[in-house]
Design a protein around this ligand. Structure first.
Ligand SMILES: Cc1ncc(COP(=O)(O)O)c(C=O)c1O
Ligand code: FES
Length: 387
């Protein structure tokens, strides 16, 4: 049975071209880029090429890119690094729907004397801009709000948020882990100060990413030690990972149009097909400002886990917005923040596509899923009453 992989917001397939570029840097060119000899130096040149490719994808200067171990480290560093550089300001503003890499780190600062404010979203997942404008003040060190939500794909108005932060002299960081590679990003035209990217969400390897730091923004190092990455992030470079990330960024730049035409078309087809054939189903999130590859659909009165297990029998991989799978008994904090009723949040499924999906796969899901939903509703005491 072939796998139908529709969980690309969790992680993506490493592109063949990416792996081909990385391979020699494990066994052949294993030198340390900091070494004086030519053998190590040639690796350093490849790292420069990778940095240039990453910079090209987001339209910035290569010196503004620092490689990290991924999205989580970039997010953690942005928060800690700004707070350390701005000790007189004691307020952090974030949103209720952030990834735990931002939310948990922000909340962990409260016992250290920080005022941590989480901005609300409405029932469509849209940020409460009025609340943000009221909260940003002269005490605010950092506003950290994601570009696009990993569960619903909702895109936030990051330029407007940056402007609001800057009006009070605060720094703006955005977790762009789900945005970069899926929608156009151009830092030359942007007011964003710091931006997190992760390799494994854009067909690069896991355990590598970068933090964009705009020239002139004061940021303290987070990982301390050697002088790598211009003294900003210590530790011998993950050379193969960086080279893979560079290649992935180059491919993402080439594929961005396909992402917003072909991938979007397949996503729309999947969504329309399921909504048409499954009663008591609705889409979560902002249907206009949304990533082209993501749809989060709530199937009321049934359990997301049960749906996933049934889909798994057909080789279909998706994920659920209920959280048993992630070891907690609560439904997703994102859907709860949006006020999605319990009976629907528990039955929510996220499909996230990539350029490697095709029409046949989408047709197959539209074919197998409605009877699965029907069967589960029949089994559910709640569902029987609602039919
Ligand atoms: C929005 C968002 N931020 C951060 C991360 C964490 O990235 P990484 O897995 O590279 O640490 C993820 C991935 O799950 C994500 O979706
Ligand atoms: S029972 Fe799994 S989160 Fe609801």
């Amino acid at each position: 049975m072939d796998t139908i992989y529709l969980d690309n917001n969790a992680t993506t397939q490493v592109a063949e071209e990416v792996f081909a570029d990385m391979k020699p840097y494990f066994t052949e060119y294993y030198g340390n880029p900091s070494s004086m000899h030519t053998f190590g130096g040639q690796v350093g040149r490849k790292l420069t090429e990778a940095r240039n490719r990453c910079a090209s994808l987001i339209g910035c200067d290569p010196s503004e890119i620092t490689f990290t171990s991924g999205g989580t480290e970039s997010d953690n560093w942005a928060i800690r690094g700004i707070l350390a550089a701005t000790p007189n300001r004691r307020k952090i503003i974030t949103s209720r729907v952030e990834h735990p890499a931002v939310l948990t780190m922000s909340r962990s600062m409260a016992p250290h004397g920080y005022n941590v404010v989480e901005i609300d979203v409405d029932e469509n997942g849209r940020l409460d801009i009025d609340q943000l404008e009221k909260e940003v003040d002269e005490d605010t060190a950092l506003v950290t709000i994601m570009w696009a939500n990993n569960e619903t794909g909702t895109i936030f108005p990051v330029e407007k948020i940056a402007e609001t932060a800057h009006n009070s002299g605060a720094v703006f960081h955005t977790d762009a882990v789900q945005a970069v590679g899926k929608i156009p990003v151009d830092m030359a035209e942007s007011k964003i100060d710091l931006l997190s990217v992760s390799g494994h969400k854009l067909h690069g390897p896991k355990g590598i990413g970068f933090l964009y730091v705009r020239k002139g923004v004061m940021l303290r190092p987070f990982i301390k030690g050697g002088h790598q990455e211009s003294g900003r992030r210590a530790g011998t470079e993950n050379t193969a990972g960086i080279i893979g990330l560079g290649k992935a960024c180059q491919l993402a730049e080439q594929n961005i149009e396909k992402e917003n035409t072909e991938v979007k078309r397949l996503r729309d087809k999947l969504e329309a097909g399921l909504l048409e054939k499954c009663p008591h189903a609705f889409v979560n999130g902002d249907s206009e400002n949304r990533l082209p590859n993501t749809t989060s659909i709530s199937f009321e009165y049934i359990e997301g886990e049960a749906i996933l297990l049934m889909l798994d029998k057909y080789g279909i991989c998706a994920s659920s917005g209920s959280a048993c799978t992630s070891g907690s008994l609560e439904p997703s904090h994102v859907l709860r923040a949006m006020g999605v009723p319990f009976t629907a949040a528990h039955g929510s499924i996220r499909f996230s596509l990539s350029i490697y999906n095709n029409e046949n796969e989408i047709d197959k899901v539209i074919e197998v899923m409605p009877p699965v939903i029907k069967r589960l509703r029949e089994l559910s005491p709640f569902g029987r009453r609602q039919k």
